[in-house]
Design a binder for this molecule. Structure first.
Ligand SMILES: Cc1cc2nc3c(=O)[nH]c(=O)nc-3n(C[C@H](O)[C@H](O)[C@H](O)COP(=O)(O)OP(=O)(O)OC[C@H]3O[C@@H](n4cnc5c(N)ncnc54)[C@H](O)[C@@H]3O)c2cc1C
Length: 295
């Protein structure tokens, strides 16, 4: 039976260091001609080998319950990434991975020593499935005067892919905070969407993103009649506030993804101080400082 998501056994075909922070990993695998090319912020899961092996990873239907019961030393870490490009005719999928120096997470460690031929699983959308796959949170409203996209380096792949799939007529701003000026990539975007890069250097996460979003909000959201947002305990709860469908109206549509504490601060500013309708914005904590991803 064909289901929306499935495991794809893949190996690393190419590694391309795009900049100090971004490593493009091109995966290949016999079945990748069935990997759905949905674009936008399509998320997938990377199953990280333990000691070079995936032998204990269950891939059959109901895998999650079996996986959870495995002892720690056999339970392969599962981490979330964004599809950067799909070339079905070549059976290739690109994923742009952030190399964070000093990182001790399993995905980070895998990236640091990744080599051509290394095997992993990707859990991703199957193009043969006749229905929505899920895992896409960007939803362009039928009507919007402007789009605001903002994120840190982990959201650069998603923002890059969203920009590529926007209609030519799209207007708005994309704000990206990365570690270094050398990480400013060349992106393909509609002429009406202004792409702004900021380098954080040794400053804190969000030190550039938050003020840049505040000043974009001043331009894009002139009237401030905000509502108080409920606090989210970002250390114990996922900050993931995404409307199923953007609410009605003719106001800005925003998509924000970054470290959870930074996303939370942006959420407070846009909703409470600038009066952005929460039904017109997706807020996502892509990772949490000091905490490993939990599944
Ligand atoms: C929907 C979605 C899409 C994503 N897409 C991408 C993508 O395309 N490319 C990408 O590189 N990342 C992406 N991420 C972020 C990625 O999943 C996390 O960075 C993940 O935690 C990395 O796993 P890990 O095993 O290295 O670290 P974990 O085991 O999860 O964490 C270990 C430690 O590393 C820290 N850490 C994790 N990520 C970072 C970071 N970026 N910088 C500094 N410290 C960090 C944690 O705070 C923790 O202290 C995405 C996340 C989500 C939710």
């Amino acid at each position: 039976m064909i289901v929306a998501w499935r495991f794809f056994p893949v190996t690393v075909k190419r590694l391309e260091q795009l900049s100090p922070t971004f490593l493009r990993v091109t995966f290949t695998g016999d079945e990748l001609n069935f990997f759905a090319d949905n674009g936008f912020d399509q998320r997938i899961k990377l199953i990280v080998p333990i000691g070079g092996t995936l032998e204990h990873m269950p891939t059959e239907p109901g895998w999650h319950a079996i996986w959870r019961e495995l002892p720690d030393h056999q339970r392969n870490p599962v981490r979330t990434y964004t599809v950067r490009a799909v070339r079905q005719h070549l059976s290739e999928v690109d994923v742009d991975m952030v190399v964070h120096p000093g990182g001790n997470g399993p995905a980070c460690e895998w990236i640091a020593s990744a080599a051509v031929g290394d095997a992993v699983y990707l859990l991703g959308p199957d193009s043969r499935f006749d229905g929505p796959h899920g895992g896409i949170d960007f939803r362009l409203p039928a009507q919007t005067p402007a789009i605001l996209l903002a994120g840190d380096e982990t959201a650069v792949p998603a923002i890059s892919s969203i920009l590529e799939r926007l209609p030519d007529s799209a207007q708005g701003e994309a704000i990206l905070e990365v570690p270094y000026p050398a990480d400013f990539l060349t992106l393909r975007a509609p002429a009406g969407v202004k792409v702004q890069w900021y380098a954080r250097e040794s400053a804190e996460h969000g030190s550039q993103l938050l003020p840049a979003v505040e000043s974009a909000a001043e331009r894009l959201l002139p009237q401030a009649t905000g509502e108080t947002v409920q606090d989210v305990d970002i250390d114990n709860q996922l900050l993931w506030e995404v409307p199923d469908e953007p609410g009605p109206g003719d106001t800005v549509y925003a998509w924000i993804a970054a470290e959870a504490g930074v996303t939370k601060a942006i959420r407070r500013h846009l909703v409470t101080e600038r009066g952005l309708d929460r039904r017109r914005v997706a807020f996502m904590g892509y990772w949490r400082l000091g905490k490993a991803e939990s599944n």
